[in-house]
Design a protein around this ligand. Sequence first.
Ligand SMILES: *Cc1c(COP(=O)(O)O)cnc(C)c1O
Length: 363
Amino acid sequence: MIPIAKPAIGREEIDAVVSALKSGVLAQGGRAEEFELAFAQFIGAKYAVAVSSGTAALHLALLSHAIGAGDEVITTPFTFVATANSILLAGARPVFADIEDHYFSIAPDSIRRKISSRTKAIIPVHLYGHPVDMKAIIDLAQEHGLVIIEDACQAHGATFNNQKVGSFSTGCFSFYPTKNMTTGEGGMITTNSEDITQRARMIRNHGFSQRYSCEILGSNMRMNELSAALGLAQLLKLPASNQKRQDNAAYLSQKLSGIRGIELPKVKQGCQHVFHQYTIRVTEESKISRDELSRILKEKGIGYGIYYPIPIHKQPFYRKLGYDDVLPVAEKIAQQVISLPIHPGVTRQELGIIAKVMKEVLQ
Ligand SMILES: *Cc1c(COP(=O)(O)O)cnc(C)c1O
């Protein structure tokens, strides 16, 4: 069985976590702060705030920007549901824009059509590790006075015009075990704003400015010390591990090129894709359907993923809320995508097997 994702945990990670355990300080010690400094430096942002998950990072970023009741936030429907759920959790209303055909990211012309007097922010998602064209998003945001919150939960280390995602505005990262680096569960906000950092730190910890003085509404969204220790060790390995993903993706693309009925991942000019997922499209010209392909892959012991089968505006809960948008590109692509394993643990030999099976069934 070749799994679709597998966290790479080595001696360094185990030693770091054991040492955190032995220190006796399991929460609110120095490791979370150390991880924040290292992560901010890696991303090229002035500040970072470590939290308990990627979802908490998005929720906290919205709260820190004072986005809530009566506000609209434009985002993509073709993402993990956490992106839109955090907007609802903050009390604001998600508004969905359609996506671009080949890069799966939010389409600037569709955003423009969705801007209203209530729009406060845009959340672009660097889906699968492919950066969004941030120039187009920044131009729109400046023109309309909007906040940008980057959902970089799948894109640790990806760059647009040589600048790392998460450093263009307020960035949100996840360290869930399937992501490019992990802390078990965990997340991070990155920003250049001292104000946002201060608000985020307060809201993360019950609205305290000093101990037990609750000045604004907050919660517990802190990262524990074991996670931070794990994160520090994983961060050191991230560049090499992203490189391995890129090499695996290039190798697989070379092996799969020329097969009719599938579209291989494309990388936009000026972008460094970090291949959180290697996602192909099974198009109308394919001999077999995506579901048939999935069934065969499963039978052959090849892990795969469908991210994401239902666009958010079509999710049962969102239908109940009254969402009835028609977003043709997102709806079509949700029926065509399938991701294949290229994580750092996948060998050349395994990539060869994947390519062989794909050729057998599609050619
Ligand atoms: C993983 C992910 C999240 C949520 O992160 P968690 O750590 O699972 O809470 C949000 N957005 C996207 C795009 C993700 O992939």
